[in-house]
Ligand binder design. Structure first.
Ligand code: PGA
Length: 259
């Protein structure tokens, strides 16, 4: 991984940890991570919406340089969208990164490529950075359809963006068959797809955007496999689900370089 792409390790808490548990988790994490870690790795946590204000207050008052993330948002600024959260509401809470198009949103809640594209754009409009997720099902992988699926998802997600915007965003490759299953993609397979994604970004937005965009791998990342995954030339970080709920494990992933 070129030095100019600082790795980003993100903890996607999904629908776990209430705001009390969030504070307790971050309180442990801050003692496990040191100044040196933040110098070489960017770290973000993505709690449920109901925790974000509490997490913001905690991280800012304790001066912990962990970025605040969200797991989703709507694309409109406001309006009659019962149950949705608007990007400017997140920006107001100093949210830096928003996960967009996670496979659980696509598969369980029927989010489409078009909606994902609108969300990515809206996140940029409000000064935040999208983490655009893509990835194939087991069936698609076994049928050799994964490259086509991922190309389509990436295309729909970045189509309307400028090359400059793409250079600053994050793309997360998360094979669905590896999420929450304990079955991680091999480092070679993960690298192969992340390299493919970078090549597609080059085709769509030029070499500079492709060289700068950070590509995370996600799917059963844990302390035991983080270093090998992070050692791949086109993997610039990790989107961590289950292992992010355990501060000891998550800290070891952030400190992958010490393994
Ligand atoms: P996992 O989840 O680490 O539990 O596999 C990753 C994700 O869904 O972002």
């Amino acid at each position: 991984m070129p030095a100019e792409r600082k790795p980003l390790i993100s903890g996607n808490w999904k629908m776990n940890l209430n705001h009390f548990e969030a504070t307790a988790t971050l309180d442990k994490l801050r003692y496990l991570l040191a100044k040196d870690d933040y110098e070489v790795v960017d770290v973000s946590v993505h709690p449920p919406f109901t925790d974000i204000r509490t997490v913001q207050t905690f991280l800012e008052s304790e001066k912990v340089p962990i970025a605040i993330g969200a797991q989703n948002c709507h694309w409109e600024d406001k309006g009659a969208y019962t149950g949705e959260v608007a990007p400017p509401m997140l920006a107001k809470l100093n949210v830096a990164y928003v996960i967009v198009g996670h496979s659980e949103r696509r598969e369980i809640f029927g989010e489409t490529d078009v909606e994902v594209g609108r969300k990515v754009k809206a996140v940029f409009t409000h000064g935040m950075t999208p983490i655009l997720c893509c990835g194939e099902t087991l069936e698609e992988r076994e049928g050799e359809a994964h490259h086509g699926k991922i190309t389509g998802q990436v295309h729909a997600g970045i189509e309307v963006l400028t090359a400059e915007q793409v250079a600053t965003m994050v793309i997360a490759y998360e094979p669905i068959w590896a999420i929450g299953t304990g079955r991680t993609a091999s480092a070679d397979d993960a690298q192969e797809v992340c390299g493919w994604i970078r090549a597609k970004v080059a085709d769509m937005k030029g070499a500079d955007a492709a060289a700068a965009v950070r590509i995370q791998y996600g799917g059963s990342v844990k302390a035991a496999n983080a270093a090998e995954l992070m050692g791949q030339p086109d993997i610039d970080g990790a989107l961590v689900g289950g292992a992010a709920l355990d501060p000891d494990e998550f800290a070891k992933i952030v400190q992958f370089r010490l393994a």
